[in-house]
Design a binder for this molecule. Structure first.
Ligand code: PRX
Length: 654
């Protein structure tokens, strides 16, 4: 088996929990929890794929499914293949009987604006937009690209697409024109919904000009563009003939209803581009039935969300967490969600706590990156607010240290709320490893065991399970409903990128290194491929490095993430080039252009050389250790060990 790369990963325990600590689910929580029957684990183990009927049966099906899983042609799996359903009908229409006047979305804008949508309001606007998109020519299976910030029009556009069976392709609003063009082109998309702009703190920022620049690229040919007016008079953004005002469309079609298109469960719900093992992002495809079932089931059983909650997933909808747990999860279970456009520290560092208090948020889901910032800003900010509405806390995206876990529980969870540390990926679609908060004891800093029905194992190079505490590769040995149905780049790439065939069948490779303890609790060590997760964004190192090398005078670059979620770029220059401020700026600009402002490096370290193995591979792990100020191990594999001292002093001086 080829698992290349776990060797020499950091196993210093930074990500691991302290083994002693086991925190039982509080009885008061368990008594009321959605999942509180410990037999659930056994039931899944005994029933196999059939157990996932529990998830699918949370949804309304247009045509009932009979088959749960078709696994005749691994690794191409089909979930609920003979069933038909519509995702938007499941997220909106079916709630109208019981909770038409209940709020679905409470939106808070960057400048203190507020807008609320009941399920009935949502139904009205989704239908109007769906009718408008149809009129513009969007047909079933046409991919619609959505390039919008955190405004209600983004989930509404996703649902309007889903309603007419048009897969959406959401591109994070902070990505550049070039990144947008690449994703429009790769997804073969002829329709775009974007906006005039949005606020960054006080300033109006022009989003439309980025969309315009993307359209200038020769291979982009859009049939129609819809533009949301986010900024009003703050920015004058003229529209051309093939560009349509969102507001006019919705007004023109107000009151119309569009019959939800029944989709095969295996039909595409959306594509989401994410970084993989090459410099080009890959298009992860999610099918309608399996994805929505898994997302709804985990929203209820892991995040414990019910209709009468006010729930807040702080992730941007431009990434998978926002898709699954900001839009499809909460709406499919019929709850009320907070949607927040602003920053956590504006106008002040208590903004998040203020929103939780004012909205009586009961379940809050965020990332360790955010929790680290909250800790740095100080406990006085949460402590000044009444957060007693919180019942459950969640984290996702990277490992949380036991210290941060305790801080989160103490200062946000009132010392009482369980925390679910949820592991999953763009590709897994939904939470795959986590404790069930009413059943499974927590270990601070450890993700926990796989969810019932998820056959995750940490294995060695030969695919054999590793001993407790030994580092290995996190793999999944059986299909699960939320899994990607394939890649836009085709079957071969999908198979090569993710699957290995062994004696015990096909195993999905997550790309993560991990350890597992005696109780089956998994700790994530980090990626073993060339993917880095920084500030909750996922990049491929080559994607960033090729943009840096594009700056005049740069010869080589290596990019790593440090402990604070910052991007550190190590850069070598041509002999006749001064590594000075203008070059630093040019590197930042190059990254902003190629990828987006989110990829600007926080630190650029100029160094005479990069550490390389004898085969010429850059030893990024060592650079990561230096950036984090960690001890590093053996450098004897290096062709140029002398460079290590030089790099360390460059880091110190910088
Ligand atoms: O390395 C793992 C890390 O995030 C990667 C997936 O990134 P992405 O597809 O952008 O999705 C992020 C949100 C679902 C994983 O391969 N990761 C995710 N959750 C955790 C994590 N690392 C440690 N602990 C987690 N709970």
């Amino acid at each position: 088996m080829d698992y290349a790369g776990v060797d020499g990963r950091r196993t210093d325990g930074t990500a691991a929990g302290d083994d002693e600590a086991v925190v039982e689910p509080p009885a008061a929580f368990s008594d009321r929890a959605v999942a509180n029957d410990p037999e659930l684990y056994e039931a899944f183990a005994e029933e196999g794929p059939e157990a996932w009927r529990r998830a699918a049966d949370l949804l309304d099906w247009e045509t009932d499914y009979e088959t749960v899983l078709d696994d005749d042609d691994p690794p191409f799996y089909e979930w609920f293949p003979d069933g038909r359903l519509n995702a938007a009908a499941n997220c909106v229409d079916r709630h109208l009987d019981e909770r038409r006047n209940q709020l679905a979305i409470r939106w808070f804008g960057k400048r203190g604006e507020r807008r609320s949508y009941t399920y009935l309001d949502l139904h009205r606007e989704v239908n109007a937009l769906a009718a408008g998109l149809r009129e513009l020519g969007v047909e079933e299976d046409d991919v619609v690209t959505l390039y919008l910030p955190m405004i209600p029009e983004l989930p509404i556009a996703m649902l309007a697409c889903a309603r007419i069976g048009a897969p959406h392709n959401v591109v994070f609003a902070g990505l550049s024109a070039e990144a947008l063009a690449t994703r429009i082109d790769a997804a073969d998309s002829s329709y775009l919904v974007t906006c005039d702009g949005y606020y960054r703190r006080e300033d109006a920022f022009n989003q439309k000009s980025k969309a315009d620049n993307a359209r200038l690229r020769a291979d982009i040919d859009l049939s129609a563009t819809v533009v949301v007016d986010r900024l009003g008079d703050a920015l004058d953004v003229p529209l051309s003939d093939d560009e349509h005002e969102y507001e006019s469309i919705v007004e023109a079609h107000d009151g119309e209803t569009v019959e939800p298109v029944a989709r095969d469960a295996t039909d595409l719900l959306f594509v989401m581009y994410t970084s993989g093992t090459t410099g080009r992002p890959k298009g992860v495809e999610h099918a309608t039935g399996g994805y929505l079932s898994h997302v709804a089931w985990t929203t209820r059983n892991v995040l414990d969300v019910r209709p009468d909650d006010t729930y807040w997933c702080a992730a941007d909808i431009g990434w998978i967490t926002g898709h699954s747990y900001g839009v499809y999860g909460p709406l499919s279970v019929g709850t009320t969600s907070v949607l927040y456009e602003g920053s956590p520290d504006y106008p002040d560092r208590d903004r998040v706590w203020d929103l939780i208090e004012r909205n009586a948020v009961s379940v809050f889901y965020t990332s360790p990156t955010a929790i680290r910032s909250f800790m740095k800003w100080g406990a006085e900010y949460p402590d000044a607010h009444d957060l007693s509405s919180i019942r459950l806390l969640g984290t996702v995206g990277e490992s949380i240290t036991p210290k941060a876990w305790r801080w989160y529980r103490e200062h946000v969870g009132g010392g009482e709320a369980p925390i679910v540390d949820t592991w999953w990926q763009t590709e897994t679609g939904a939470i795959s490893l986590a404790t069930l908060p009413g059943i499974t004891p927590m270990k601070p800093g450890k993700v926990g065991p796989p969810l019932p029905g998820i056959d995750a194992r940490v294995v060695d190079e030969d695919g054999e399970p590793v001993d407790p505490g030994e580092p290995g590769y996190l793999t999944i040995g059986a299909p699960w409903p939320g899994m990607l149905r394939g890649l836009r780049e085709g079957d071969e790439r999908y198979r090569r990128e993710y699957w290995l065939e062994g004696e015990d069948g096909w195993r999905y490779r997550t790309g993560d290194g991990a350890t597992v303890d005696e109780d089956g609790y998994v700790s994530i060590l980090g990626r073993v491929d060339d993917v880095i997760n920084v500030r909750t964004h996922r990049f491929n190192t080559a994607e960033l490095e090729s943009a840096i090398v594009g700056a005049d005078g740069v010869t080589e670059a290596a990019v790593v993430g440090d402990d604070d979620g910052k991007i550190v770029a190590y850069v070598t220059t041509r002999g006749d080039v001064d590594p000075d401020e203008p070059l630093r700026d040019a590197i930042g600009e190059g990254l902003a252009r190629a990828v987006g402002d989110v990829a600007r490096p926080d630190r650029v370290v100029f160094t005479p050389d990069l550490p390389k193995t004898r085969s010429g591979k850059i030893m990024r792990r060592l650079l990561e250790d230096i950036a984090r100020g960690d001890e590093f191990g053996d450098v004897s594999a290096l062709r140029n060990p002398e460079v290590v001292g030089e790099i360390e002093s460059a880091v110190r001086e910088e």
